[in-house]
Write a new protein. Sequence first.
Length: 175
Amino acid sequence: MNSNKSEKEKLAERAIFRANSGLYFLDECLEHFHRGGTDAAFSRSLYILFSYNFELIIKSYLLLVSNKTKKEDLLKEIKSHNLEKLSKKFPAGVLKNICIKNIQKNNVFGFDQYEIEMINGEKIIIQDFTDIRYDFEKDALRGVDHNEAITMKRWVDNLLEATKIIMKMVFVDKR
């Protein structure tokens, strides 16, 4: 890590590298372990990882575009698991720079989730990070997707593109 980087660049770099490696881990899980439809326990674990890694993508980019400079202020700005709320902190149209058109929170069968609309038309569903971890408290079950692994693989590919864009931003040479 370059010591000439600002606090926000250092934080963004750490966050985006964690997201990138987490997405490659998900990709390997989908390639070698989860190749079919919904499996309640296994799918829940994957959805938790999707939520965590997508949150890191949004937070790393928010750090980069932030006007704040102090670490405490930066961390306060990104402190939330609500992806829609975080997305509203970006200036209009800025998310498109990382291939995201819109983030909208929905409730489906009693479960909070975010529909991520990518500029290429792909829709990615990210489960709410808190909701997915505590879904045992609900009387409902999530729906079944017989092509879940294939769908998730597309999501990983799209999100990896976003991480590559942010990584290029982090490594801009300022000499």
